[in-house]
Design a protein around this ligand. Structure first.
Ligand code: ZN
Length: 150
């Protein structure tokens, strides 16, 4: 893999982890590390073998609202903690929201195929700076002792 691609992916992964962590820490009482794990979860699709094909490709099934709903409802059914369910919804949802704005977009209507996207450079320098600033601001705001939105 070329260096530019490695740096791009590293920045994208770090952004998804930071945004997920900030949202979980800022708005729930769940363990903020859930924001890292579940903020990155949709990109586990990078581990799918290339030979498998649609929908087990990057920006395939793991980047759909159906997947997010399945994760949240499935985890809630097992754990029965609203704070954890809210944390997972925020973390996975933030990943999908960010990626949905990118040129490649996501499959909002899966299993139907769509190709709509606003085409924003959400993993470019400007958007990354905005997302990191907002996330750090949220972390600082919550660390300031203000109550969560329970
Ligand atoms: Zn992604």
């Amino acid at each position: 893999m070329e260096l530019g691609r490695v740096l791009f992916l590293t920045g994208a992964f770090a952004t998804h982890a930071l945004v997920g962590t900030a949202l979980v820490y800022g708005f729930t009482d769940a363990d903020p590390r859930l924001g890292i794990a579940f903020g990155l979860l949709p990109d586990a699709d990078f581990l799918f073998p290339a030979a498998v094909g649609w929908p087990f490709v990057h920006r395939g099934i793991t980047h759909t609202p159906l997947f997010a709903l399945t994760v949240v409802v499935g985890c809630y059914a097992m754990i029965r903690e609203r704070a954890v369910a809210a944390a997972l919804a925020l973390a996975v949802g933030s990943h999908l929201a960010i990626d949905s704005l990118s040129p490649k977009g996501i499959e909002w209507l899966f299993p139907l195929r769509t190709d709509w996207s606003p085409g924003l450079a959400v993993h470019g320098p400007t958007a990354t700076l905005l997302l990191w600033t907002a996330s750090i601001g949220l972390l600082l705001w919550r660390a300031d002792g203000r109550p969560s939105l329970r």
